[in-house]
Design a protein around this ligand. Sequence first.
Ligand SMILES: [Zn+2]
Length: 158
Amino acid sequence: MQKIKSFTINHNILQPGVYMSRLDYFQSVPIITLDIRLKRPNIENPLEMSEIHTMEHLGATFLRNHLSLASDVVYFGPMGCRTGFYLLIHGNHSTESLLKLVEDTMEFIAAFEGEIPGSTAIECGNYLDHDLKSANLSANDFLSKLRVIQTRDLQYPG
Ligand SMILES: [Zn+2]
């Protein structure tokens, strides 16, 4: 089988940031796949399962309620390696608006207090495995990294 594109990038030189992982066309409709990379692969500790799970619930809630872009959000979910998230979004969007969307999502997660949306046994497949405090902190930590990123063109290094 062919190696899929996301396995061909060099994870050893990947820094935290936001990257355009793919741009696919389905019957001429563009779908952007963003790589939202919170942790340096194989160097930093990945996110804990409980915090990435909470960040997924909060991120999805924010994105699917977004005033102008909710209808373009196809999918938001964690990477299996627990170093970040994929966000699939429909349509043409400027680099600036995509970065703003990611920043706004992280700000929402960083500031969230109270009951985690969708975290009852009826709504979630592993409802006890959540950690709001760590989710707040990791989102905040990523925001501080995003604010000092030099290259904001969504291009992978190398
Ligand atoms: Zn869940």
